[in-house]
Design a protein around this ligand. Structure first.
Ligand SMILES: [Zn+2]
Ligand SMILES: [Zn+2]
Length: 332
């Protein structure tokens, strides 16, 4: 046995640093390193995480069946030699357990027709599997690329199957001809998305509260904001914050309208994001939160956003919204 005095300096580095060194090498050089000595042979071959990291680095895949049938090393070899079908790397960005908000939107979408979030004209066909977005796209918009949307992995709601829209994949994921590891990942994600689960109302409560807080913290003045009728907003607040309170019904925005359906210009709105404002008729919320709420709960009456405040009679309301959006600046 070697003692620490006779160890070569490279072996005295911490395992994390040795791993970083290995990850700097081409896979051929990693194999060459395995052949140099018992230390590196054990470090690389007996420690599954090394090949796990190499698969992720070279093939962008971070998922694998948990059973012992295939090691990460075997997985690497299969991808390298193309002995097994190539896995979709984009699926690595999809959570095994989709958020409760995505589960809510999936349930709504599978029972009703919803318009595309991008063109607002065609019916939505796909639900984004982006962990940070519940957007829904039609067949044309799902192909249009922006910085983060549409996300490459999309759920076709009618069939309940996952597709990768990225040009390098452009296929249905997890079917019987695909890589077994991909099949396993797809099955896990879909089961977790669709299954009825115990405690899902409680998870919904927490997920919606988290979404509320996250959207409240946004300081981007360019984002469009919407109005939500106050009494409904209060019921939703109770649902979010008190265990045991029941789900609100449809958003009661009809209370904000005049008899002709347009927004009533005499309503009062909050002017400070960070203070409660009981004497008002509506809450001001971000577009992203509005999109979620209108799908999850449905709306009685119309949606009202800043776009509805163009006419001079709304100058006062526009002032409220501007103050509300810039209220962070009022604090030192
Ligand atoms: Zn893909
Ligand atoms: Zn569209």
């Amino acid at each position: 046995m070697l003692n620490s005095h006779t160890q070569p300096p490279i072996q005295k580095l911490s395992p994390e640093l040795q791993l970083q060194l290995v990850l700097c090498l081409d896979v051929r050089d990693v194999i060459a390193l395995v052949l140099t000595c018992k230390h590196f042979s054990d470090f690389i071959l007996k420690n599954e995480s090394v090949f796990g990291r190499l698969v992720e680095r070279d093939y962008g895949v971070n998922y694998k069946r948990p059973d012992g049938e295939q090691t990460w090393q075997g997985f690497y070899k299969d991808q390298h030699t193309r002995k097994a079908p190539i896995c979709c790397r984009h699926l690595s960005r999809v959570q095994d357990e989709p958020s409760e908000t995505k589960r809510v939107i999936y349930r709504v979408a599978s029972n009703s027709i919803i318009k595309c979030d991008f063109c607002h004209l065609e019916d939505a066909v796909y639900l984004s599997m982006n962990p940070f977005s519940e957007s829904q796209a039609c067949r044309s918009c799902v192909k249009v690329k922006t910085t983060e949307e549409p996300f490459p992995v999309q759920l076709e709601v009618a069939t309940g199957s996952l597709w990768c829209m990225d040009e390098s994949c452009s296929r249905k994921l997890g079917d019987e001809n695909s890589n077994v590891n991909e099949q396993y990942k797809v099955k896990t994600v879909l089961n977790n998305l669709k299954e009825e689960k115990e405690g899902s109302l409680d998870r919904r409560r927490k997920a919606e509260h988290q979404l509320y807080v996250q959207e409240l913290r946004r300081e981007d003045m360019k984002l469009k904001h919407y109005l939500v009728e106050k009494a409904w907003g209060r019921t939703w607040m109770l649902f979010r914050t008190r265990e045991g309170s029941s789900l609100p019904g449809k958003i009661s925005n009809q209370k904000l309208a005049r008899s002709n359906g347009s927004l009533d210009p005499s309503i009062r709105l909050p002017v400070d994001k960070y203070r409660p404002s009981p004497e008002t008729h509506a809450d001001i919320i971000s577009e992203k939160l509005w999109l979620y709420l209108q799908k999850a709960y449905g709306v009685q009456g119309k949606p009202y956003s800043e776009d509805d405040l163009q006419y001079p009679e709304y100058a006062r309301l526009r002032g409220y919204i501007d103050d509300f959006k810039t209220s962070i600046l009022a604090y030192p």
